[in-house]
Design a binder for this molecule. Structure first.
Ligand SMILES: NC(=O)c1ccc[n+]([C@@H]2O[C@H](COP(=O)([O-])OP(=O)(O)OC[C@H]3O[C@@H](n4cnc5c(N)ncnc54)[C@H](OP(=O)(O)O)[C@@H]3O)[C@@H](O)[C@H]2O)c1
Length: 242
């Protein structure tokens, strides 16, 4: 018999959760009766998603503003969360700006700065400032939505080099945290998916879908504590970037 742990009542924070995979993650946790704290750069977008989730139930959601590229915004988010809850069971580091482009000159300096600031520094700061709440949980997990672009030697995506760099920063951070937080009982679980689609057929030969990635997260978080899945790596079944 499968021995998955219930997600009922889990307190889950998700960054970049007003759309796409972050939103799907928030909805999926709430469908399993978790209490979701979702954040986004745009507070009204986060509020619309949180309201929709709470109306749908059975879990509930609350909205917060958090721009990962702005350290003060991250600290304000962490402080606001600490006023709402005395512990956090799951942090999903999902938010990260995507940048496309083969050539370093394909995007502006500001976009490069923003991608590294949010995906790299911002992810580290949000984890740092939410760690006290995670330490107060009986079953804490940090989930990292990284990317195959964060794997050493990967070159199959058409993402901009700054996106690769931000994901390598996230991967290096997650790798050492996984080791260092293990004695404290905090599992650090990282996913390295290739380019995936939000909607699609979940069959062999088709692109990986966000729904399947979300299911991997729920599976890992739902495992009993003896089972610490550190990383998910995926075979890219569709034609890669030339
Ligand atoms: N889709 C893929 O092919 C793929 C593949 C591998 C890994 N991933 C990773 O998986 C995660 C989710 O993917 P996705 O497809 O949902 O990505 P996406 O469609 O590009 O959405 C990115 C998310 O990050 C948020 N974000 C961007 N900059 C931010 C900032 N400064 N502060 C806070 N949030 C910010 C966005 O919010 P706004 O609405 O404010 O822009 C959005 O919610 C990301 O980390 C992504 O890099 C995606």
């Amino acid at each position: 018999m499968l021995a998955a742990m219930s997600l009922d009542g889990l307190r889950v924070a998700i960054t970049g959760a007003a759309r796409d995979t972050g939103r799907l993650l928030a909805e999926a946790f709430a469908q399993h009766r978790a209490q979701v704290f979702l954040s986004a750069r745009d507070l009204s977008a986060a509020e619309r998603v949180a309201d929709a989730i709470s109306r749908q139930g059975p879990g509930r959601a609350a909205a917060f503003r958090c721009d990962l590229a702005v350290p003060d915004s991250v600290r304000v988010f962490a402080a606001a969360l600490a006023e709402r809850t005395d512990h956090l069971d799951v942090l999903v580091n999902n938010g990260a700006p995507y940048l496309d482009g083969d050539d370093l000159g394909d995007v502006s300096d500001d976009e490069i700065e923003g991608a590294v600031a949010a995906g790299g520094t911002g992810t580290m700061l949000v984890t740092k400032h939410l760690l006290p709440l995670l330490r107060a949980s009986a079953r804490p997990d940090i989930v990292n939505m990284i990317s195959a672009c964060g794997e050493v030697g990967h070159r199959r995506s058409g993402a901009h080099p700054a996106f690769y760099a931000a994901k390598h920063a996230h991967a290096g951070f997650a790798q050492i945290l996984s080791y260092r937080l293990r004695p404290a009982g905090i599992r650090v679980i990282s996913l390295f998916p290739p380019d995936f689609v939000q909607e699609g057929t979940r069959q062999a030969g088709h692109d990986l879908t966000a729904r399947s990635v979300v299911d991997c997260v729920l599976f890992a978080v739902g495992q009993p504590r003896d089972c610490f899945i550190r990383e998910f790596h995926f075979e890219q079944v569709r034609q890669p970037h030339p």
